[in-house]
Design a protein around this ligand. Sequence first.
Ligand code: VG1
Ligand code: CO
Length: 556
Amino acid sequence: LNVKQVPTKPYEGQKTGTSGLRKKTKDFMQENYLANWIQSLFNALGDEVKGQSLGLGGDGRYFGKEAAQIIIKLAAGNGFKKVVVGQDALMATPAASAMIRRRKLYGGLIMSASHNPGGPDNDFGIKFNYSGGEPAPERITDKIFGETTKVATLNMADIPDIDLSKVGVTKFGDFEVEVVDPVADYLATLSEVFDFGLLRSFLARKDFSLVFDAMHAVTGPYAKRILVEELGAPASCVKDGVPSPDFNGGHPDPNLTYAEELVKIMWAEQAPAFGAASDGDGDRNMILGHKFFVNPSDSVAIIAANAQACIPYFKGGLKGVARSMPTSGALDRVAADLQVPFFETPTGWKFFGNLMDAGKCSVCGEESFGTGGDHIREKDGIFAVLSWLSILAFANKDVPEGGRLTTVQDVAIAHWKKYGRNFFSRYDYEECADADANKMMDHLRAIIAAAKPGDKFGDFVLATADDFEYTDPIDGSKASKQGLRFIFTDGSRIIFRLSGTGSSGSTIRLYIEQYTADPSKLMLDAQEALAPIVKVALEVSKLQEFTSRTSPTVIT
Ligand code: VG1
Ligand code: CO
C-alpha cells in the first residue's frame, strides 16, 4: 500500500461539543478540514490503531459519501487493516454502536450532525465511538482537540474511491474495505432484546395501527426492514422513509415543533393509535398517542417501570437506571420503587457508557428525546419505539380484538397515578448572539454565588443552587460547569445551559420541572401547570433583557 504524506495546516476551533464535531457543511468541505480532524484523532489514539478494524457510516446527509472516501484513505494510511462501512455510507447512530459491539471493532466513525438540518448551507458532523460502541469520553476528545492545533501531515493511502453502493469486500494489499448492509447487525441486536413474536401478533391486530415518521432521514430503511418486513406492519406506516441529503429541506428533530406533520396526523379525529418519529441519525425518538404527547422524561421512566415485565432482555430486572441532570425526576421515583441504583449524569450520552460497562445501568434517558438501554452504548430511537409497542402489546394481550384497547395515554396516566407526575418543559432560544447568552449565564452565576437556602424566588423557596458538577463513579473523572441549577424546597427545578451541539450562535436551554402527587392536578396541561415557575425563571435570568427574545424558538 502506497501512503502519501500530505502536508497540511491546522484549522482553528475543531473542538468537539456534546456529541462530536459539528460545523457548517461548507466548513467541512474546506481543503483538508475533515482530513485534519480524522488525522488528529488517529494521532491521539497513537500506535494502538495499527492492524485494527474501524466501523464507518452516517445519516445520509450531504457530503457524507465524499467524507467516507476521505476517511477510508486516512484509515488505510494510518495502519488500520480494515474499514467496515454501511452501504451508501449509511448507518444510524445506534446501528453503528451495535455493529461495533457485534463485530468487536476497534471503534467507529459516525458522520452525522444528528437533528441539525443538512445540505450545503447547513450542518455536517463527525463523531468517534470506542470499542464498546460508546461515544469517546472527554479525555479522548480533549486529546483530539490538542492534536488538531498542531496537525501537520496527513497519511493518505493512495487508493481509488470505493464503490459504496454494493455490499462486498475490496482488498488493497493488506488493507480491505467491507461494505455491509447497515441494518443487519442492529436488527440482530434488537431481536435479542425484544419478543418479536409478541410484537408481530400485536401489530397484526386490526384494531391497532401505527405511523412512524422517519423525517426523510436515516431511519427510513430501518423502519421498513424492522417494522414492516420483520414485524408485519403495513408499508404505508412508514412516513417519509427515503433518506435525503438535506432531509427534504426539513429539520429532522422529532419534537412537537419540527415533526409538525406527524403531530397533525396524530391530532386528527381519525388517527393511528400510535405515532413515533426519529431524528437525522436515528438515536432520538418522539412517542405520541392519539392527541397525546409522551414527554421524553416520562417515557424513560415508563419504560424502566415496565421493562422487566414487557421486554425479554430485561427479564432479570434492571441493574440500575440513569438520566441526564436536566431530565425530570420521574425516573428517580421508579428507581426508588424498584430499589435499583440511580445515577444523574451531565447532558450527553457519553456519560452513560461507563455505568453500563460496569453493570450499573440497564435503562437510561435524556429529556432531549433520547432513550436507551445497555444492549448498545448510544441512545436508540427504534429501541424506544419497540419498547413502547412491547408495553402496549403486553397491556393488551388479554383484550379481544375490537375490545377497549389500553392506549399510550392510558399507560402514561396509570404511571402518573402510581408515581405522581413531574411536569416538565424545555424552552430553547436558538441562535442567540454568543455575547448575549454568555452575559446572561454570568448574571445567573453571580446570583447563584450570592444565593442562600431559604431565599424566596416568587413563591418558591430555594433549597440549593449550583453549577452542576459530576464525578464519574467508575473512573473518578470530573465534568464541571454542566448547567446552572436552582432547586427549590418542593423539588421544583429551574436549569439553564448553553447547547453544545449547534454550529452557529448560542442556543440557551431553559429546563423547568415541578412535581405533583395531587390526583386532581395530574391531567393539567404542562404549560399551564408550569406557568408560575416559568415566570420566575424568566425574571431571575433577565433572559428577555439580555437576548431581546420574547419567546422561545422551540418548546418541548
Ligand atoms: C443536545 C441534547 C443532549 C443530547 C445531544 C446530542 O445537546 O440536549 O441531551 O445528548 O443534543 O443528541 P446540547 O448540548 O445541544 O443541549 V443528538 O441526537 O444531536 O446526537
Ligand atoms: Co441524533
